[in-house]
Design a protein around this ligand. Structure first.
Ligand code: PLP
Length: 435
């Protein structure tokens, strides 16, 4: 028998004690001391570098503060954007009253087909010959992880070379897949550009048959991409060494405004006969960040090999998350599968890319107008959402403390955080800390 809380509160403390003792005696309640927590030895992990910036930004009370840490597109008013093509696709989906049944293990087949068309080009030989193994993934990160798991299980080398620097999550994803991430030279601090000689030398010196991660376009975090001619030379070295080209394409269309131009490296490698791996994300180019829409594909030698690879994709996916989410993939396939809606989306992608190109130019113009004697050419020659400014960690700290301008300590700024309203103040802040 239990007494209600109200009743107990009416009792004197003595009678409460008596009552508890009586309960213990009658009901033989075991009053055991609390055991040490099972998780007592779990250590506090380090905070995420980017989220830490957002936290500091949120705490800052200054009205004209600027957040350049965020890796998501913002419009010229600094607000998140849902593309009109996405809204239209969602309206169509709502009207069609689709059920919410599970997708297959490798996702919605219409989506994976259209995603492959977009990346490889509808006329691609690997699509015509039906030798592309594809699976829908939990956005680009999920694609990298499935790729990592596949390499660990089936690729002879357990190493994967990453550009130095690379997106912070790459090493963690591949390490979690059981691979050993190592690096090849990529960025030259002196020129604030590509260390092409270093890159080629490191690929040549790597053990034959090593997996090499390549950012297909809009390298994150530097914004520095190889030129088409440099890609051709990279392809030759990769081929001569029997390396395995593993592409991460998180920004197709978002970099230059052209789906075709941004897919150059991927399509060129395929034309050259490489059996590439490709990770795709629709987070940035469709603004579907939280919907987690992506794909992982592997070029096979034959249709029969493709079938074997896809059977192994299923064996990897099933115990991880069983099957991928459907809503975002339906949005993407509604857009990609309708000529008029696709054309509208392509125009919207170009608008986003163009806004970032304009902001780069405005930032450079403002820095020059303020009399900065430094060379800011890299601001406009780099591509995509991120710009490696060349600012030091100390300069970044000063930006935050004196100017309420927040970015990562490697000097990377998100161009998406710049607006025509804040670019002047930003240029002034950068100029003052870099004088
Ligand atoms: C280079 C690169 N790869 C992959 C991703 C994965 O993004 P998501 O998992 O949101 O698609 C990102 C996101 O910022 C990225 O910059």
């Amino acid at each position: 028998m239990y007494r209600s809380v109200a009743r107990i509160s009416q009792l004197s403390s003595q009678s409460v004690l008596r009552s508890i003792r009586a309960n213990v005696a009658v009901n033989r309640i075991n009053i055991t001391p609390r055991l040490a927590s099972t998780w007592a030895s779990v250590k506090m992990g380090p905070p995420d570098a980017i989220l830490g910036i957002t936290e500091a930004f949120k705490k800052d009370q200054y009205e004209q503060k600027i957040n350049l840490g965020v890796g998501a597109y913002r419009d010229d008013a600094g607000l998140p954007v849902v593309l009109p093509s996405v809204i239209e696709a969602e309206e169509r989906l709502l009207k069609s009253c689709l059920d919410k049944e599970y997708a297959g293990i490798t996702g919605i087949s219409n989506f994976t087909k259209l995603a492959a068309d977009l990346a490889y080009g509808e006329e691609s030989i690997v699509l015509k010959e039906d030798r592309l193994a594809v699976t829908q993934t939990i956005s680009g990160t999920g694609a990298l992880r499935i790729g990592g798991e596949f390499l660990k299980k089936f690729h002879p080398s357990t190493k994967i070379l990453l550009p130095q620097p690379s997106w912070a999550n790459h090493a963690a994803v591949f390490r979690s897949s059981g691979l050993q991430p190592e690096t090849y030279r990529y960025y030259n601090k002196e020129t604030i550009g590509l260390d092409f000689e270093g890159l080629i030398e490191d690929l040549k010196n790597a053990e034959d048959g090593t997996a090499v991660l390549l950012h297909a376009c809009a390298h994150n975090p530097t914004g520095v991409d190889p030129t088409p001619d440099q890609w051709k030379q990279i392809s030759e070295v990769v081929k001569a060494k029997g390396h395995f080209p593993f592409f991460d394409m998180a920004y197709q269309g978002f970099a230059s405004g052209s789906i075709e131009r941004d897919a150059f490296a991927v399509r060129y490698f395929v034309e050259q006969g490489h059996q590439i791996a490709l990770c795709q994300s629709f987070a940035k180019n469709m603004g579907l960040y939280g919907e987690r829409v992506g794909a992982f594909s592997l070029v096979a030698e034959s249709s029969e090999e493709k079938a074997r690879i896809e059977s192994q994709f299923k064996i990897l996916v099933r115990p991880l998350y069983s099957n991928p989410p459907i809503h975002g993939a339906r949005i993407a396939s509604t857009i990609l599968g309708d000529a008029q809606l696709k054309a509208q989306w392509l125009a919207e992608v170009k608008t986003m890319a163009d806004r970032m190109i304009t902001m780069r130019q405005l930032l450079k113009d403002n820095l020059e107008a303020l009399g900065s004697t430094q060379n800011w050419d890299h601001v406009t020659s780099q591509i995509g959402m991120f710009c490696y400014t060349g600012l030091s960690g100390e300069q970044v700290d000063e930006l935050a403390q004196k100017w309420s301008v927040y970015c990562t300590r490697d000097g990377r700024i998100s161009i998406a955080g710049i607006t025509s309203g804040n670019v002047k103040r930003l240029a002034q802040a950068i100029h003052e800390v870099s004088k």
